[in-house]
Design a protein around this ligand. Structure first.
Ligand code: SF4
Length: 394
């Protein structure tokens, strides 16, 4: 590797996980093992996995009895509408609301987003990260700021770290952070989904560790494979799940050994445990899920916007009529099943949160130009498209 610059090195490493010959042999193995199985429904709960699957045309490569569905893996999509309403009201009342760009475009129960309310004089500013929010508040000590914090255990540790370190006194946080393992447990028990196995999220699990999923695995007894985000990772995870199903030996397995461990990131976990209580929380479009909301402990009341402004914990659900966002977020239907998809609801004119969030299923399908149901993505970007024409789902 001597003489290689870091971009070349990254390219070389990535090429191993995008190797078409390896992908082809994995697809063959998937077909072989799936031959002896009935219909199999696999769910992932991560927008980045959906991006990999859609962008690389992985659904087109699978046998017709193997289906991979996108679950609630987009933090913007599952943020309660009532939390958006509250942030909009605060912004219109003259409090400076900071949030991420995609979060600012998600609409609440009155179909008003933070971006919309900024047009009417609401005080809204985009933060590119929580560190950026801290910097903005530090540089403007005479203004009051609230950060609308949405995200999973991937982003919440940064917030916890800064809270422990000490925030600028003019910065408060409206926490809408959610913890993924209980959501996987809830999906596994959902009767309308009938999931046979889970691809668990690689980066969230890098923080929580595999052990966080053990109680839910013990309860549901379905295969769980922790996977990375390259096409080979995802194909491998699908193969591992199918193999477990064929052997009738469900287990927790780790495909993403280069990042996920059994214990996870202990320092990040410690920061989360120190700052947050893990309480029941609403996931928009999904359900109230026990132990999934990261709410500030009482000793951090001074940064907790809910306590300071007397705000309820987010419960509100709302989607416009005809919009089928709840079924999208829960992984029941595909984007083209929604009558608004790419007609009224587009990346430029989003109606529902799944078209707004960078990890939203509708947005990912739209950006990859998947327009029609019953056509498995044909991009064949792995170079191993199995058919030159659309393939009907069974
Ligand atoms: S297309 Fe828009 S309205 Fe329809 S489900 Fe997706 S996000 Fe919701």
């Amino acid at each position: 590797m001597g003489g290689m610059d870091s971009a070349d090195l990254m390219k070389k490493i990535l090429s191993r996980y995008r190797d078409s010959a390896l992908a082809r042999s994995l697809v063959n193995k998937i077909w072989e093992v799936a031959r002896d199985l009935p219909r199999v429904r696999i769910m992932h709960v991560c927008g980045t996995h959906e991006w990999t699957i859609t962008h690389w045309g992985i659904r087109a490569l699978l046998p017709d009895n193997v289906e991979v569905r996108a679950g609630p893996g987009c933090p913007v999509c599952i943020t309660p509408a009532s939390d958006i309403d509250v942030a909009v009201k605060l912004a219109l009342d003259g409090i400076n609301v900071l949030t991420y760009g995609d979060m600012s475009r998600a609409k609440g129960s009155r179909m008003i987003s933070l971006e919309d309310c900024a047009v009417d004089g609401g005080k809204v500013r985009i933060a590119y990260s929580f560190m950026d929010a801290v910097k903005i508040a530090s540089n403007n000590p005479d203004r009051e700021y609230i950060f609308l914090g949405a995200g999973f255990e991937t982003t919440a540790p940064t917030v916890a770290y800064y809270v422990l370190k000490g925030l600028p006194r003019n910065l408060k946080i409206l926490s809408a952070h959610r913890y993924v393992p209980p959501a996987v447990g809830s999906l596994a028990e959902s009767e309308d989904l009938e999931i046979d196995g889970f691809i668990n999220p690689g980066h969230a699990s890098t923080v929580s560790g595999m052990k966080a999923y053990k109680p839910y695995f013990d309860r549901c007894g379905r295969p769980m494979v922790f996977a990375g985000f390259e096409p080979i990772d995802v194909l491998m995870a699908i193969y591992m799940i199918l193999k477990q199903l064929k052997e009738r030996a469900p287990r927790m397995e780790n495909e993403y050994v280069r990042s996920v461990t059994w214990e996870g990131n202990l320092r990040a976990q410690q920061a989360l445990q120190e700052v947050f209580d893990f309480e029941e929380g609403y996931w928009r479009g999904v359900a109230i899920i026990p132990a999934s909301a990261m709410n500030f402990k009482e000793k951090f009341s001074q940064v907790d916007a809910r306590r300071i402004y007397g705000l309820e914990y987010g419960r509100g659900d709302y989607f416009p009529s005809e919009a089928r966002c709840a079924e999208i977020i829960k992984g029941i239907i595909d984007p083209p099943d929604c009558p608004l998809y790419m007609k009224i609801c587009t990346p430029l004119t989003p109606v529902g949160p799944a078209m707004v969030g960078l990890e939203g299923t509708c947005r990912i399908w739209a950006q990859n130009r998947i327009l029609v149901k019953d056509i498995k993505c044909m991009s064949g970007a792995c170079g191993i498209s199995r058919e030159a024409k659309p393939v009907k789902r069974s």
